[in-house]
Design a protein around this ligand. Structure first.
Ligand code: DC
Length: 237
């Protein structure tokens, strides 16, 4: 099944795509920029996590491509913005925390390798593109979903730094995990995300790569806002 990369309207709302490996800071940075600009936010990883959770709940094998694509195509999801948090409902049940577990993350990475699943989620992602603009966070936002985005960013950080950040995040929510097991999981997920045959994790040719290993969150947000202003997508501050 081919992924249509030309369907996004050329004169639609502007999109800032932020791609990169897990733990590079995409989620936090995307949310802060969307808040600062008053733009919509697409957390595309969340859609893969929800597909994985729905598949797990149906006891589907994670390589049953047609069955999981059918689940993805008919996902019953509601995103409810509650202050800085977005509550996520799947089939009427709040799953905001459950979709962030390592088990769901790992399963998401498996279902994301299935071409029919990616195809089933494509239009749902493009529908987030609405005025005044969209910040799209994921792995293939700039290479597949929004190929005509006027600004594409590829955020990276060393695997060790990403494991440390994840460790801290988990500690904050009271979840214990060893640093070395987190590092192993991150490396395994990176390998699967970069080596899959469909929409592998690679920067778009026209993406700007930014290594955040030694940058603070406000520094990254300021830099991206500056680049948006240089492109004339937002007013200079
Ligand atoms: O960003 P995240 O950890 O929530 O993403 C969960 C999984 O989904 C991750 O293994 C990569 C995959 N994913 C993807 O393949 N394409 C996207 N646009 C977003 C996420």
């Amino acid at each position: 099944m081919s992924v249509d990369s030309h369907a996004s309207a050329t004169n639609a709302a502007p999109v800032l795509t932020i791609d990169g490996p897990g733990g590079a800071g995409k989620g936090t940075i995307s949310r802060l920029i969307a808040e600062r600009l008053g733009w919509h936010l697409l957390d595309s990883g969340c859609l893969y996590r929800l597909t994985a959770l729905a598949a797990l709940r149906r006891d589907l094998a994670l390589d049953d491509e047609p069955a999981i694509a059918a689940v993805a195509a008919s996902l019953d999801v509601v995103f409810r913005i509650e202050g800085a948090e977005t509550a996520v409902e799947l089939e009427g049940e709040i799953v905001t925390r459950e979709i962030r577990t390592e088990q769901v993350g790992d399963s998401a990475s498996r279902v994301a390798a299935l071409p029919a699943v990616r195809q089933a989620l494509l239009q749902r992602q493009r529908d987030f593109r609405q005025a005044p603009g969209l910040v799209a966070d994921g792995r293939d936002m700039g290479t597949v979903v929004f190929t005509d985005a006027p600004l594409k960013i590829f955020l990276t950080a060393s695997a060790e730094e990403r494991a440390k950040r994840r460790h801290l995040q988990l500690r904050e929510v009271g979840v214990g995990a060893s640093l070395s097991s987190l590092l192993n999981e991150i490396q395994a997920r990176d390998a699967r995300d970069t080596q899959r045959s469909v929409a592998p994790l690679v920067p778009a040719d026209d993406a700007i790569e930014l290594d955040t290993t030694r940058l603070s969150i406000p520094e990254v947000v300021d830099r991206l806002t500056e680049w948006l202003a240089q492109k004339g997508l937002v007013a200079s501050r």
